[in-house]
Design a protein around this ligand. Sequence first.
Ligand code: B16
Ligand code: MG
Length: 217
Amino acid sequence: MIKGFIFDLDGVITDTAESHYMAWKKLSDEMGWAFDHEVNDKLRGISRMDSIQVILDHNSATLDEAAMAQLAAKKNDIYVASLETMTPEDYLPGAKELLTHLRTEGFSVALGSASKNAIKVLEQLNAAAYFDVIGDGNSVSKSKPEPDIFLHGAERLNLQPDECIVFEDAESGIDAAKAGGFHSVGIGPKDRVGHADLRFDTMKEATLFEIKSYFKD
Ligand code: B16
Ligand code: MG
């Protein structure tokens, strides 16, 4: 029986992918690295340090750990500054409605984000009250596709993985949900999240009615 929901943040509750893109693009331009939306899509759901490694690999470049950390911090400063303009108007269509519905129906709800800026994003959206548990990039050391962030959420909600549905927009996020024994809902195209139990193109279609009809018993 489904008792809880665990939500990814970026790409499910709000669309920060473009803000991450702008920040990585600025850094890449300064460094003379190639970076485009196709590479940016590979960064969905993965940690900041894994992200810079993907960009380096794309450019056949190498840097030592300290230099990578320094550049990742620089990118983060640009990204965090861009979050200042985010407001409670910036939920993805349908996300706030679903979170509200889950609250009125008494489901347990956790956040399971790879982002170390998740609290800041929730503050900007005024979304903290929708979550019983907040799991973010500071909560676990192994990032998606490892299931740790979702297992952390389920444990804190006092639920078993098979009592929870994970919502994710990243291929690595659905992999993580499956590895942990969770039910999964993918938000986005088939070639990215087609391996989820249930998939919607956008959060707008992901109503509690649709979800309940699919996961009944
Ligand atoms: P930060 P999610 C992820 O958030 C993003 O999808 C991913 O692009 C980003 O690299 C990662 O957070 C780390 O973010 O640099 O803010 O710690 O989708 O897991 O909510
Ligand atoms: Mg995401």
